[in-house]
Design a protein around this ligand. Structure first.
Ligand code: NDP
Length: 402
């Protein structure tokens, strides 16, 4: 039996806490620590077993280190914001406690995310004998494990990975984001980037798109290429990879709102003077938009996230589609959260479980691709995110990405 400290008490955290609480044989004790105590207490009140709650500013490394020393968890599961990653890693190093997160570090003043900052911690974690696993959400997270699972069992060589993230659900709001609005809008308005023939190709934001027919009758959606962090780690860990791209679905309504907000300056992340105060427009916009956690009871429909992987097996070209479909309503019934939080929180719990059980082990900083995909894939089926692998016919145009 182990003790976990979960940091952050937002939408993803709610799912993580529910899932960990449902597995007392692994998560014997749970400490939920976040900036706003009332949010920790609200999550704790939904559970049928007691957990400890406390407030912490995770950006204050001495304060967080003292909290870790006091509670001595076996693992810290970081589901605060990407801005906190390095501070939480610093505290974990100081207290010698294993670490896992769901999103890579991003500085507040630049809308740029890359692994270099966290990879830089590798030697320090290795020397301290501490494990850090980066990006155990769905994307990044499951998408990387999906790709590695296919690489291990279905291919001799992987050539191309197309990650396709579709949300065929609807929350009925004129405009809302499914996870933290600030992080979401920074990501979506950034330039696109994909890996091709050993180099990064940059594109204007959301400038490359195509229709995509979802499996199992979920309909057709327009998907757009974006930069996403697992492209960087997949390109590093699959040296034979010729191309890796990330696609996400957006409705015309979402894109129109985003365009207008961008045009009037509301998505800016630099400070502007307003009535003698400095404000960041995007942070102000976040305060006006619906809290993603409030979308749980409103959201209907399904998400479908997966990878289309092409490569070679026994000298023959092969292509497979591996995906999960997740129902917003079912996620809400189980955890009081919609499927975006659910599909992030369940893999975060599974990654934490595998580290605590020493099934995933190692001293240093690791991406999901470096771990054995099999136990994680098994747990996805057990804990609410079942997946399917479909072999694609050579003439299947919907899945043939040119
Ligand atoms: P929320 O904004 O709902 O929650 C973030 C939580 O972190 C809030 O409770 C917030 O506190 C807390 N927090 C922020 N700053 C601090 C701090 N300095 N100290 C302590 N706590 C702090 O975000 P989400 O739940 O939507 O997202 C959580 C994480 O999951 C993000 O990093 C996001 O990028 C990632 N994510 C990953 C996905 C994946 O598939 N890999 C998909 C979706 C999200 P307060 O309540 O006071 O604001």
């Amino acid at each position: 039996m182990s003790k976990v400290m979960i940091i952050g008490a937002g939408g993803v955290s709610r799912v993580v806490v529910h899932k960990c609480a449902g597995l007392p044989e692994v998560f014997g004790e749970i400490v939920l620590a976040s900036r706003t105590m009332s949010k920790c207490e609200a999550i704790a009140a939904e559970l049928d077993r007691p957990i400890l709650t406390c407030s912490v500013d995770a950006d204050n490394v001495p304060e967080l280190t003292a909290l870790l020393e006091k509670h001595r968890p076996d693992l810290v599961l970081n589901v605060a914001l990407p801005y906190q990653d390095l501070h939480i890693m610093d505290a974990c190093l100081a207290a010698e406690i294993d670490y896992i997160d769901t999103a890579n570090y991003e500085p507040t003043d630049t809308a740029k995310f890359e692994y270099s900052w966290q990879w830089d911690y590798h030697d320090r974690f290795r020397e301290a004998g501490v494990t850090a696993v980066l990006g155990s959400g769905f994307d990044p997270g499951v998408t990387s494990v999906f790709a590695m699972y296919l690489r291990k069992h279905y291919f001799d060589e992987v050539r191309a990975i197309e990650i396709v993230d579709c949300n065929a659900g609807d929350h009925g709001q004129p405009f809302a984001t499914n996870f933290n609005p600030e992080i979401n809008i920074r990501e979506v308005t950034a330039k696109g980037r994909y890996w091709q023939a050993g180099e990064w190709i940059e594109t204007e934001p959301l400038s490359v798109s195509r229709p995509f027919v979802l499996p199992e009758g979920l309909g057709t959606m327009n998907i757009y290429t974006m930069y996403h962090e697992e492209l960087e780690s997949l390109a590093r860990h699959i040296p034979e990879l010729k191309r890796a791209r990330f696609w996400m679905s957006f409705s015309d309504n979402y894109l129109k709102h985003l365009e207008v907000l961008g045009n009037v300056g509301m998505t800016r992340i630099d400070e502007v003077e307003f009535k003698g105060q400095k404000i960041v427009p995007l942070q102000f916009l976040k305060a006006l938009l619906p809290d993603p956690a409030s979308l749980g009871p409103l959201t209907k429909g399904q998400t479908c996230i997966g990878c289309i992987v092409s490569g070679v097996k026994d000298g023959m070209p092969k292509r497979y589609y591996i995906y999960n479909i997740c129902s917003h309503e079912a996620a809400y019934r189980e955890t009081n959260s919609q499927a975006i939080s659910y599909t992030t929180g369940v893999p975060a719990m599974i990654g934490a479980k595998l580290v605590l059980q020493h099934v995933w082990d190692g001293d240093g900083v690791f991406n999901m691709e470096e771990m054995d995909p099999d136990p994680f894939m098994e747990d996805l089926n057990c804990f609410g995110l079942p997946w399917k692998v479909v072999e694609l016919a050579a003439d299947e145009t919907n899945y043939a990405f040119s």
